[in-house]
Write a protein that binds this ligand. Structure first.
Ligand code: SF4
Length: 345
């Protein structure tokens, strides 16, 4: 039987909230601005639900040697879990669910026809790894990094690659991928948990859009404006026994629907990730205890997508509004967790 202990998990999402805007962190995790109760939005943003279902589906496809039915099943299971949560919170919208499901199946159909398989030796796993203490000389006995890994690929040299699948409105340039703290922290956690040699991280980004069928003009010829795959465009001309426009073929070939970025990480970079996590633990500890009063960090880039924008900056005390939009729950540092990561309350 697992021994229960008061541990304090910190996910990358929580750390990001604390680093982006301490008020956002207070709303979601400490309740410092809302009378001591943290707030959980009743409705999960579609983009988060899409990302979760996509990660589960694609990881299942790669780990099953390209079994599309397994991928579809994983997609449906994740969407059903999210729908059940939405139903429980009273915000389930069957039309929105159906649209999301159709969209993701369309994406998956296109993905399995075009993606190259990565052998995943281990599949979706949650890690709960002690972060270094502030001095860096020992592990914190309370703070843990909570990491959700999509998969792990072991290469021919027996080195591990953490694999992350992302769904994006816009693909990210490699220079920015290389700086992402989440993947570095996950690689650090995997090395610490398993003691295995880490080669790096493979980040695969898929554009959150389905290529359209070939568009035709009224005269029956393919249009010059296309959002299809290049092979579909060329096939349309084959059917008409005509030559395709080479400029349009080149443009369609240049369009990136999916991009895989292998990022090699050195031992020094992984060590630095550990030092960053010690800083994160220290920040969260100060926010948990109230030693730091949360600073609002508003920005036109940050606030429009923030789940707390309707109550932030004046409406925190509007009980009716707060309870219409959020569930109240205990602050995260007061929730009990077991060492094996199973939430007990
Ligand atoms: S609305 Fe803006 S200032 Fe308020 S919590 Fe969200 S990000 Fe911070």
């Amino acid at each position: 039987m697992a021994v229960a202990a008061m541990i304090r998990p910190i996910s990358h999402t929580e750390a990001s909230a604390a680093l982006d805007c301490q008020a956002k962190h207070a709303f979601a995790y400490t309740g410092q601005l809302t009378g001591g109760t943290a707030l959980k939005p009743k409705s999960t943003a579609p983009i988060l639900r899409e990302g979760r279902a996509w990660g589960a589906a694609v990881a299942a496809w790669h780990s099953s040697d390209g079994d599309t039915e397994r991928a579809r099943a994983a997609l449906e299971i994740q969407l059903s879990l999210d729908a059940a949560d939405q139903e429980q919170a009273g915000v389930y919208d069957p039309d929105e669910h159906a649209t999301l499901t159709t969209h993701l199946h369309g994406l998956l159909d296109d993905y399995v026809l075009n993606a190259e398989l990565i052998r995943l030796d281990r599949l979706e796993r949650e890690l709960l790894v002690a972060i270094p203490s502030r001095t860096g000389r020992a592990d914190s006995n309370r703070y843990r990094l909570q990491a959700y890994i999509d998969g792990v690929h072991t290469d021919a040299d027996d080195r591990d690659w953490i694999v992350e699948f992302k769904l994006r409105r816009k693909l990210t340039p490699f220079e920015l991928i290389a700086k992402l703290r989440q993947i570095r922290w996950y690689a650090w956690a995997w090395r610490k948990e398993t003691g295995r040699e880490i080669a790096g991280v493979i980040v695969e980004e898929r554009l959150n859009a389905v290529p359209k069928p070939v568009a035709f003009k009224q005269d029956g010829l393919p249009s010059k404006v296309q959002s299809c795959r290049p092979d579909a465009y060329v096939a349309a001309f084959d059917d008409l026994d005509l030559d395709p426009d080479p400029d349009i073929v080149a443009k369609l070939q240049a369009k990136e629907w999916c991009k895989r970025h292998p990022l090699v990480l050195s031992t020094a970079e992984l060590d630095e990730a550990g030092r960053q996590l010690a800083s994160v633990g220290s920040l969260i500890q100060q926010l948990d205890t109230g030693a730091l009063f949360p600073i609002r960090n508003p920005s036109p880039l940050r606030c429009p997508g923030c789940a707390f924008r309707d109550v932030c900056g004046g409406n925190e005390g509007d009980t009716e509004l707060v309870e219409a939009l959020f569930e109240r729950r205990p602050p995260k540092h007061e929730r009990k967790e077991e060492v094996n990561g199973t939430r007990v309350r």
